[in-house]
Design a protein around this ligand. Sequence first.
Ligand code: GDD
Length: 409
Amino acid sequence: KVVAVIMVGGPTKGTRFRPLSLNIPKPLFPLAGQPMVHHPISACKRIPNLAQIFLIGFYEEREFALYVSAISNELKVPVRYLKEDKPHGSAGGLYSFRDLIMEDSPSHIFLLNCDVCCSFPLPEMLDAHKQYGGIGTLLVIKVSAESASQFGELVADPVTNELLHYTEKPETFVSDRINCGVYVFTPNIFAAIQNVSTQRKDRANLRRVSSFEALQPVTRNLPSDFVRLDQDILSPLAGKKQLYTYETLDFWEQIKTPGMSLKCSGLYLSQFKITSPNLLANGDGVKAPTIAGDVYIHPSAKIHPMAKIGPNVSISANARIGAGARLISCIILDGVEIKENAVVIHSIVGWKSSIGTWSRVQGQGDYNAKLGITILGEAVTVEDEVVVVNSIVLPNKTLNISVQEEIIL
Ligand code: GDD
């Protein structure tokens, strides 16, 4: 049997995701009309002999309860949310629930970061891992040398694929191959985590009786049950024939900011063409709007036939889009109203917001820049004929004059 664990983090982790994380845990924010965590979960469905999926985080349990029961029924695989009492780090979190994870005596455990967007080639990784042996295999991808330093950089043996060297977010360039945050392990990973925390305890004891502290400046303040997968496990085990790599040639992105969520929504929409074409709007029918490219429209949304939607547009429940409206590259959240002839481009429009007639809400479409898209928080009102460009508007604001490159608090 195989189990999968998805690390969802907690409320203190989503700060770069504001103002959207003020309303919803980041893992439940919709990309391509489905909660962010839904994409790795549905990818897990392709793993042979999958027994259970666990989400581990430190959000309140009730925030995930509804989603977890709905998705368990839909996939017919038990999905459980396990709440940490405090953050234990990416490996410590896994370790703290080892008894539950090992309940079905799985031979392999997948571990996935919830904030990455990729095609999750999980069955392929498992096959590769079985050939390599060792305690784990990491998904890796080649990125540009300039962007590599935001991630874990690694060197792998080009023939055996063994992980030879690993450095988390290094200051000087090491390699353009990076850690995608998707792993498969044998249960021996728990012994490796246990070792790190035992070493920490021993050091703490030593410190009490000697001046050993000065020798351990980096880790000295970490509690023994806080273990990071990258620095504490991957770095020390590299080059010991324990860890291997599987390189993906497909798409991969990390989702830390609202801008990247808009980009990833588009990537998942285009993946739907292969995995779930039924979820894409096709523009058929007399009352259908004009659809351009990949678009998701929730069945309860009301779109006027004279609106034009797409590409990369995702429209959530109960949204209303008026005649002559033009939507390109945007995420429209629940209950939004976009009135006649309004234009929304490269933007995220928060829950229950309203955009007046002939208004324009737009960004330049630079997904990495702080003000590269426009974001409206919950219940923002943009009055008629107002233009909002490259701005972030916090919840409950009313805009009656045009703004550009502004953060409206
Ligand atoms: N449950 C739980 N508890 N989850 C956690 C905790 C914790 O204490 N700490 C982090 N996470 C979750 C985050 O929500 C995220 O999904 C994942 O674990 C990794 O988060 P970080 O440890 O903050 O690392 P990162 O996202 O900056 O970088 C990691 O992922 C990159 C790929 O996206 C590293 O592994 C990089 O090497 C890697 O390139």
